[in-house]
Design a protein around this ligand. Structure first.
Ligand SMILES: O=C[C@H](O)COP(=O)(O)O
Length: 222
């Protein structure tokens, strides 16, 4: 298993500085991670650093609460794509999900997809705040809206990725779209268990610890 290819190397802390983003991109290139995931303000920088490397530039939309206007999420998504984001990790309207207003949840996602202009849309449902039935229903909304991934957590809410949740999402999603596990993934063991449960992408700020201490590209040829 080429574990690095599952990892979105993530730095979403509010205090992240330019040099931190440059280092994140250098690491992602060395380890051949799937993507970096940064806040929208750093999309231009990450896309510039990653040009030609094959590593994708992912950013977050309506993050971390999801509690903003749908039009604001769409505008943020449109701007991110204009600045060369390849992947958009949006947060659902969690309050609407809790109230059972699933049409509003679906429409919120649809309006981001409408402006994504070919960028991959991953939908964060914040599993730590949902009942199991709400998780199932949220997956149905993600499928109906036409997103490419369902993603477990922001990493800023309660709880994070669990094997049980990935298994639950997989029951609904099947192989129709991807599942991204995120939030609190710190060890190689956790990563392998989440992948075995059905995750095809891992969002983590601990990518180096998980992928090992020596990047493949710096290993001496035997
Ligand atoms: O994918 C997005 C998450 O913020 C990553 O969570 P983490 O910081 O707990 O690794």
């Amino acid at each position: 298993m080429n574990l690095a290819s599952y990892i979105d190397h993530t730095l979403l802390k509010p205090g992240a500085a330019v040099e931190d983003i440059i280092k994140l991109c250098e690491e992602a290139e060395q380890y051949k991670f799937a993507a970096v995931c940064v806040n929208p303000i750093y999309v231009d920088l990450a896309a510039h650093c990653l040009a030609g490397t094959g590593v994708k530039t992912a950013t977050v939309i309506g993050f971390p609460l999801g509690a903003t206007f749908t039009s604001a999420k769409a505008a943020e998504a449109k701007e991110a794509v204009l600045r060369k984001a390849n992947e958009l990790d949006m947060v659902i309207h969690i309050g609407a999900a809790k109230a059972g207003l699933w049409e509003a949840v679906t429409d919120d996602i649809k309006q981001v997809i409408e402006v994504a202009d070919g960028a991959v849309v991953k939908v964060i449902i914040e599993t730590g705040l949902l009942t199991d039935d709400e998780k199932r229903r949220a997956c149905q909304a993600v499928l109906e809206a036409g997103a490419q991934f369902v993603k477990t957590s922001t990493g800023f809410g309660p709880g994070g990725a669990t094997v049980e949740d990935i298994q639950l999402l997989k029951q609904i999603i099947g192989d129709k779209i991807g599942i991204k596990a995120s939030g609190g993934i710190r060890t190689l063991e956790q990563a392998k268990e989440l992948i075995a449960a059905g995750a095809i992408r891992l969002g983590t700020s601990a990518g180096l610890a998980i992928a090992g201490s020596v990047p493949p590209s710096s290993k001496k040829e035997k």
